[in-house]
Design a protein around this ligand. Structure first.
Ligand code: NAD
Length: 477
């Protein structure tokens, strides 16, 4: 691979899709000096972005949008014009799970066929969405079918590893930048695009957002084939999901033998070969990526004749984890009908408003189906939740933890928001009908909750119980 040594030159970039990935990529490309137009076919979203409003909850997003809107950054619904005027076109539309479990690539295909009609002069098409191996090849074929000459475009894979909640900083301070292509021309354009990060020059700017990279320690570039880049993304997500399911399986064992998963996870995570991250026992993973990516990756392996049952096992453990948690609630409350439960958290994890495949939403639904009434609080995800859990006599939303807890029979913690780990426990106890906390995210130490006078049921740890839990619950939980 030829490494870029020339000075920075801005690239005209079109980002298709203004969701969690597309919007973050667009503002960050503008932040590092490029001319960016971000396209979405959702007119209302584009209108609101043009007015400087961010459709998602993400730290630093409003700040960067305000900094670049109308300068290096514009929004449009007109893909053809945006593509025609850009040198590089990043595809960042959704790749949801289809009925078969495979990734639904119809949004990607729709974008590619529209781009085909606007190719005039050289274009680099970059897959940023998470896609199965050989999607790169399919994009190439579709363009050729539409009569685009292979000399006037390249396709490259540049998977995105940002995490919702820290997406902007993750994008600007990535652990690595993966570029998959066999074309030198494509590699040259992508190196120009990432030059401010790879060279470290961005980090020397006074206004640069701070993070883990700096001028002397810029992110490494991993240059590889398109197939390898596609697999790097799927395999990374699969591995993280495996880690979560692994610790949850160990948590279940810990529970059975009266051990403590937090001590066990600390003991495992201190091994530098393993590391402490993603070893948090709890309700399991959710979100718009891990569930669908594991499923798609498993199918890719199957199609290639590779027996990758490990992935199925991780999914099985993850879904059983929700059942176990629901049973813990039942064990603590006996019956649900007529019970009032305070649910803390709706987002699939803390620091985001994303509720896609959220374990919290699933648990609340089960409680409602079981006849309980639920009052939920989440610092950011209530508006989105109203569309899937509409308000009713059974389902209500509160403006704070304490309002949700008012007169409740129990509190359940479903999302690992920092504010849920720092509650005023005396105040919480005073709000509740019974001091019962069932914690699906292990946010408190058992001792703390015991000292505060709660019956505290968590994951993979002994329960702290008082007279509120009967003998059966103390054994069954
Ligand atoms: P999203 O659903 O939030 O956003 C997708 C956007 O694309 C939407 O705004 C939609 O209106 C737009 N869109 C769909 N079809 C379009 C078309 N034909 N023309 C223009 N716009 C169109 O999705 P997301 O979470 O940003 O994910 C996008 C991709 O990135 C997925 O493949 C996902 O797996 C991957 N990814 C997501 C994350 C994450 O944390 N969300 C992280 C890494 C990778």
């Amino acid at each position: 691979m030829k490494l870029l040594t020339s000075p920075f030159t801005p690239v005209s970039i079109c980002v298709v899709g203004s969701g969690y990935v597309g919007l973050v990529a667009a503002v960050c490309f503008a932040e590092i000096g490029h001319h960016v137009v971000c396209v979405d076919n959702d007119e209302a979203k584009v209108e609101s972005l043009r007015a400087g409003k961010t459709p998602i909850f993400e730290k630093h997003l409003s700040e960067l949008l305000a900094r670049h809107l109308g300068r290096g950054l514009a929004f449009t619904t007109d893909l053809r014009t945006a593509a025609a005027e850009s040198e590089a076109i990043f595809i960042a539309v959704g790749t949801p799970q289809s009925d078969t479990g495979a990734a639904d690539l119809s949004y990607v295909e729709a974008v590619v066929s529209e781009i085909a009609s606007s190719i005039c002069g050289y274009k680099l098409i970059v897959e940023k969405s998470t896609v199965p191996v050989y999607t790169n090849e399919w994009i190439r074929r579709v363009l050729q079918r539409y009569g685009v000459s292979s000399s006037s475009f390249d396709v490259a894979s540049n998977p995105e590893f940002l995490r919702e909640g820290t997406a902007i900083v993750d994008f600007l301070h990535p652990d690595r930048i993966v570029i998959g292509t066999s074309s030198e021309r494509a590699m040259d354009v992508l190196q120009r695009i990432y030059h401010p990060l790879i060279s470290g020059s961005y980090y020397a700017l006074p206004a640069a957002l701070r993070g883990s990279c700096n001028r002397n320690s810029p992110p490494p570039l991993v240059a590889t084939s398109a197939q390898s880049a596609e697999i790097i993304k799927h395999a990374s997500n699969a591995f993280l999901a495996l880690k979560i399911s692994f610790i949850n399986a160990v948590a279940n064992l810990a529970e059975a033998v009266d051990a403590d998963i937090e001590d066990i996870a600390a003991g495992i995570g201190l091994d530098s070969r393993i590391g402490p991250r993603f070893l948090r026992a709890g309700l399991g993973y959710g979100g718009s990526c891990f569930p669908k990516d594991l499923s798609a990756f498993h199918l890719v392996a199957q199609e290639q004749g590779v027996d990758f049952q490990l992935l199925q096992e991780a999914r099985k453990i993850n879904s059983a984890q929700r059942d176990r948690f629901y049973n813990k609630i039942l064990s603590a409350l006996w019956t649900l009908r007529g019970k009032r439960i305070a649910a803390l958290g709706l987002a699939f994890k803390g620091d985001t408003d994303d509720i896609r495949e959220s374990p919290a939403i699933d648990i609340v639904r089960r409680l409602l189906d079981g006849g309980a009434s639920v009052c939920a609080y989440d610092p950011a995800a209530i508006d989105r939740s109203r569309s899937v859990l509409p308000e009713s006599p059974q389902m209500s939303y509160a403006r704070s933890t304490y309002e949700a807890a008012e007169d409740a029979d129990a509190v359940i913690i479903l999302t690992d928001w920092k504010e849920f780990a720092a509650l005023n426990l005396a105040r919480l106890k005073a709000c509740l009908r019974f001091p019962i906390v069932i914690d699906g995210r292990n946010l408190y130490s058992v001792q703390t909750m015991c000292d505060a006078g709660f019956d505290y049921i968590s994951i993979g740890r002994p329960i702290a119980a008082s007279a509120n839990l009967g003998h059966a619950e103390q054994i069954a939980v």
